[in-house]
Design a protein around this ligand. Structure first.
Ligand code: RIB
Length: 334
């Protein structure tokens, strides 16, 4: 027998009006009640005619999510957190991966708009600035994660990449390293640029000259880490440590170091960035700067729901902290 809204209300011990408010994402329902009603909707497999509901409310209860590289566990983990949180509010996710292709990113933004999503979350590149600002001007709910399109003033959830790059490099210096190379992230993203800035500032603050020959451009991929590390080993003598701008590149660097018959950390120490799932599994386990990946996704989804519900978000920029996770890939030298 078809489950009705009355059945849900009775089971949840609330009024039909309250169930309707939950279905339509009204703000005046406590999170506790909302969660209880959504759980019962799930349990009783209640499926209000969402198309009809959407048409009435001009909503589709879907959110678009755009990430540059789903093969990178960082983005897979953040996508899971976003979907988990949006489900709590009755939203589903339409997901687009762009493979760091700027044209695909623009196409994804337009595609998701054509699918009438109620809002958008993404780690966007600077090249999509025009599209992002047009959406903002049209009052379309949008939240940036991880990578900021500078001067876009769009609600965002990020880390302080300069501080994180600084702390990674400072950790190596405090372990006695002075000839430190840096494999940068993609330099068309502010995450890549800011971490490199943090690396340089840490060297300067500790009286170590910046040697541009020790900075190698990567793009956050494992392959770029491998190629950069190969070049570092061919060109740079006296090198004792590397700061890789993310864990994927750190794993690529591992491969190049092992191919050269060298050992980690005996010959070369490595620190990464992100602490995605593989960082603790690789051997030696990778020392890295941990991003609270799940928390970033959860905060971004909650921020977007607030914006959709019309809450006046004073917080345009939520900055969460990274923290050092010390494992076995860095040795102390006197
Ligand atoms: O690993 C992917 C990287 O790109 C992460 O460091 C994340 O911050 C994003 O910028």
């Amino acid at each position: 027998m078809r489950v009705t809204i009355k059945d849900i209300a009775r089971e949840a011990g609330v009024s039909v009006t309250t169930v309707s408010r939950v279905l339509n994402n009204k703000a005046d329902v406590s999170d506790k009640t909302r969660e209880k009603v959504l759980k019962i909707i799930d349990k009783m497999n209640y499926n209000p005619n969402s198309i009809a509901r959407g048409l009435v409310m001009n909503k589709t209860y879907t959110i678009g999510l755009i990430v540059p590289d789903i093969s990178n566990a960082f983005f897979a983990e953040i996508a899971k957190a976003i979907e988990d949180e949006l489900r709590r509010y009755g939203y589903s996710v339409i997901f687009c991966n762009t493979d760091n292709d700027k044209e695909r990113e623009k196409e994804s933004i337009n595609l998701l708009r054509s699918k009438q999503v109620d809002g958008l979350i993404g780690a966007f590149s600077h090249d999509s600035k025009e599209e992002i600002l047009a959406l903002k001007k049209a009052g379309f709910p949008i939240v940036q994660i991880d990578r900021l399109v500078d001067e876009s003033q769009i609600p965002s959830v990020i880390i302080d990449n300069t501080v994180s790059g600084y702390e990674a490099t400072q950790y190596l210096i405090n372990k006695g390293h002075r000839r430190i190379a840096h494999i940068t992230g993609a330099l068309d993203t502010n995450t890549g640029i800011r971490r490199a800035d943090g690396y340089k500032k840490a060297l300067q603050d500790h009286g170590i000259d910046i040697d541009e020959k020790l900075i190698f451009e990567g793009d956050f991929s494992q392959e770029s880490g491998y190629l950069a590390m190969k070049e570092i080993l061919e060109r740079s003598n006296g090198l004792t440590a590397v700061f890789a701008g993310n864990d994927m590149m750190a794993l690529g660097a591992y491969r190049a170091i092992y191919d050269a018959g060298l050992k980690i950390p005996e010959d070369i120490s490595i620190i990464g960035h992100d602490d995605f799932a593989l960082a603790s599994l690789v051997r030696p386990a990778l020392t890295t700067m941990q991003q609270p990946i799940y928390k970033i996704g959860k905060l971004a989804a909650g921020l977007l729901i607030d914006i959709i519900k019309g809450k006046d978000n004073k917080e345009l920029l939520i900055v969460v902290n990274t923290s050092l996770v010390e494992r076995s890939s860095v040795k102390t030298i006197n």
